[in-house]
Design a protein around this ligand. Structure first.
Ligand SMILES: *[C@@H]1O[C@H](CO)[C@@H](O)[C@H](O)[C@H]1NC(C)=O
Ligand SMILES: *[C@@H]1O[C@H](CO)[C@@H](O)[C@H](O)[C@H]1NC(C)=O
Length: 111
């Protein structure tokens, strides 16, 4: 029987630079525990129009990795995929076939 390991994803939002505009970004889910092998997606909603969204991964050791810098459409890197919908103001990060190594805090930043 396959051991069920768990993957813990959490999502935070950070603001890059220093926009004066009041921004509201909703993140869902805040913290997510899922079984290894499952697919998952994180969403960042924001309330201003913008040009791009950046996704970061921060590993438990604190290392920060830039995953995507997305201004339109879709980008894919291995098991990770990101999409942006500028009109409806949200960006999604998809994690396919999640692995324990995906356990991290994910940031999205709106510029
Ligand atoms: C995850 O998504 C891929 C394609 O996007 C699909 O082939 C696979 O069956 C999905 N896995 C689960 C566990 O839903
Ligand atoms: C974010 O926007 C999407 C698409 O408009 C919507 O389906 C989702 O419910 C929104 N999530 C939150 C937390 O507002």
């Amino acid at each position: 029987m396959k051991t069920q390991r768990r993957v813990l994803l959490s999502l935070l939002w950070i603001q890059i630079c220093c926009l004066r505009v009041q921004m509201k970004v909703e993140q869902s889910p805040g913290v997510l525990t899922l079984q290894e092998g499952r697919n998952s997606s994180l969403i960042c909603n924001y309330s201003i129009s913008m040009t791009s969204v950046q996704w970061f991964q921060q590993n438990p050791d604190g290392r920060l990795i830039s995953l995507f810098y997305i201004a339109s459409g879709m980008q894919q890197k291995g098991r990770l995929k990101s999409t942006i919908n500028s009109k409806e103001r949200y960006s999604q990060l998809y994690i396919r076939d999640s692995q324990p190594g995906d356990s991290a805090t994910y940031f999205c930043a709106v510029e």
